[in-house]
Design a protein around this ligand. Structure first.
Ligand code: ATP
Ligand code: MG
Length: 563
């Protein structure tokens, strides 16, 4: 459930909106989230989604979902569907139907014809390479194309023929006639149409010319009556062009949109670029876009992150114009914090050591009921069965205990969580001297009460071998071993491939034992395994016959200690 406190507050965009509402400039706000359907959404998009949909929610406005689909070769329906699913899963509803820039292709074309008629656009024959030469540099002006002064009639004729497929791909463009000497290179006669014979996921083969991003985006915002068009800082220098386009077409809507920029989120030990994430998928470094190690929304979902956790993270990283580089521990912290009060708890043993309870007695040794969560009665309770053989975590026993070790040692005592105090009478070893079994005795007078005359400090988790469910557990860790895998330079000064820094230990699959309830869960059921971390039943592979759990996050930030 959403509430208005869940979103970043006290930031400059909220101030602008509040002023606009107060002054009566707008009576309601309208934002949009405009992904290009050329990949799955990632954590950076989650920030933008929480901003755009969050603002609409907080100020009782509306937010559109608009697919910015002007590059047909890279876009497809699978991406469209995954994006819709992710936005819904994060907890948001877009206004009306999802929209597509391609819905506006006819209108965009008409506006372009209008610009030609007004002498503000021309058909250019320069090749891409020539165009680069003519564009000038950041410090020096560009120069006019020899085709810049074509007559309006000729431009109209050529543009129609571009549309009708008379010219080869890339042989002509339509450009705005602005100023080749402008200090801002984006204003040096930007291309607004190119010829590209490519099948479009929405419009099929209807078009062989496609409009460019800046032109399309400004007009799409205007058509939809967007009030605040929020984008990342790299578009700051495009804002004059955004405004130029809107200044030079007949207004499609009474509301004139304004563009505002905020900084992109960068997540350390991760990657926030669809192109690079795509490479991880297509090169087989991960099992797919929704691999639980991926920083994609669908990957994080499969990993066990919650929409609430991601929204909390987005609130914490905030909105500003300054650098937004955030450590993974901030994301993991938000996820952990949110899971703490919402996930029921059970016991599971990942690295089992067999323990024989030598004085186990049928009829005398009892199971105990215990709540699934210490302060959430509503999550219910269960029996924790016990039998002669139980498993404990191998590292909860130490033959030679390090200083301060409070768990099981030869001759020592420990409490079984929700069970008895036991004493280790003997460690059985194999021929290599490895401890393979413990023989322990139960103090039958300790169920639910302290032992007589002594203190037992340690408490360990365990499961009954006879009753336990055998489960598969996927232990996920960070996908990369360095903070900024795409910014490491080699000896020659160039960037090294980010794939050089993949963590070879980012996934380990083991067989483990858990309380019987583990075999009765639906997919995407989130649990705390006591003392170990948060785990989720896999969205796809988990079945009651073969339970599969993914480790979402450990209970503490172990990475900091390791590094
Ligand atoms: P990528 O470089 O990963 O392809 P993009 O910006 O090209 O990202 P779009 O589909 O165009 O991806 O993005 C949709 C919206 O999400 C845009 O408004 C964009 O500004 C925003 N967005 C994308 N990446 C981030 C990020 N890292 N932090 C904040 N917002 C982002
Ligand atoms: Mg983009």
């Amino acid at each position: 459930m959403l509430n208005k406190e869940q979103f970043a507050d006290n930031h400059f965009i909220r101030t602008i909106i509040e002023e606009d509402l107060q002054s009566g400039k707008h009576t309601a706000i309208q934002t949009r989230f405009p992904p290009e359907p050329n990949g799955y959404l990632h954590i950076g998009h989650a920030k933008s989604i929480c901003l755009n949909f969050g603002l609409a929610y907080v100020y009782d406005g509306l937010c559109n979902l608009r697919f910015d689909d002007t590059n047909p070769e890279k876009e497809n329906e699978e991406y469209v569907n995954s994006i819709k699913e992710d936005v819904h899963w994060l907890g948001f509803e877009w206004a009306g139907e999802a929209r597509y820039a391609s819905d506006y292709f006819d209108r965009l074309f008409d506006y372009a014809v209008g610009l030609i008629r007004d002498g503000k656009a021309y058909v250019d024959d320069l090749t891409a390479e020539e165009m680069r030469e003519y564009r000038g540099t950041l410090t020096g002006p560009g120069k006019n194309s020899p085709y810049r002064d074509r007559s309006i009639e000729e431009n109209l004729d050529l543009f129609m023929r571009m549309k009708n497929g008379e010219f080869a791909d890339g042989s002509k463009t339509l450009r705005l006639k602005i100023d080749m000497a402008a200090g801002n290179v984006n204003m040096r006669d930007p291309v607004i149409y190119r010829i590209r014979r490519a099948r479009h996921h929405n419009t099929g083969d209807k078009w062989c010319i496609y409009p460019m991003y800046d032109y399309t985006h400004a007009i799409s915002d205007a058509i939809e009556g967007i009030t605040h068009s929020l984008c990342t800082l790299e578009f700051e220098a495009h804002r004059p062009l955004y405004d130029w386009v809107l200044d030079n077409i007949p207004a499609p809507h009474a509301t004139r949109p304004r563009q505002y920029e905020f900084s992109r989120l960068e997540l350390l030990y991760s990657i926030t670029s669809k192109r690079k994430l795509n490479q991880l998928v297509s090169d087989g470094h991960v099992s797919g876009w929704d691999d639980p190690r991926m920083p994609t929304i669908s990957g994080m979902r499969r990993r066990g992150y919650t929409p609430e956790g991601l929204r909390l993270f987005a609130k914490r990283v905030g909105i500003s114009k300054s650098e937004n580089i955030v450590d993974m521990s901030v994301l993991e912290g938000a996820v952990r914090e949110e899971l703490e009060n919402t996930s029921p708890r059970l016991m599971a043993v990942l690295n089992p050591l067999k323990v024989t309870l030598t004085n186990f007695a049928d009829g005398q040794t009892q199971s105990r009921r215990a709540a699934f969560h210490p302060n959430r009665e509503d999550l219910g309770e269960r029996d924790i069965p016990v039998s002669r053989t139980i498993y404990i975590e191998a590292d909860d026993f130490a033959e030679v205990p390090p200083k301060g070790f409070k768990r099981l040692t030869p001759g020592g005592e420990v409490r079984l969580r929700h069970g008895y105090v036991i004493k280790c009478d003997e460690a059985v070893k194999d021929e290599n001297g490895k401890v393979v079994e413990l023989k322990c005795s139960i103090d039958h007078d300790t169920l639910g009460k302290n032992p007589e005359g002594r203190k037992v400090k340690g408490v360990i988790h365990w499961v009954s071998a006879e009753h336990a469910a055998e489960i598969k557990v996927r232990l996920y860790d960070r996908l990369f071993t360095v903070e900024r895998p795409d910014a490491v330079r080699g000896e020659d000064g160039g960037y090294l491939p980010f794939t050089d820094f993949l963590n070879p230990e980012s996934m380990q699959e083991i067989t483990a034992y858990a309380e019987p309830v583990a075999a009765q869960l639906p997919p995407e059921s989130r649990w705390q395994f006591e003392r170990l971390g948060y785990f989720v039943t896999d969205r796809y592979d988990h079945t009651p016959e073969q339970p599969v759990f993914n480790r979402t996050v450990t209970l503490k930030d172990s990475w900091q200690a390791k590094a």
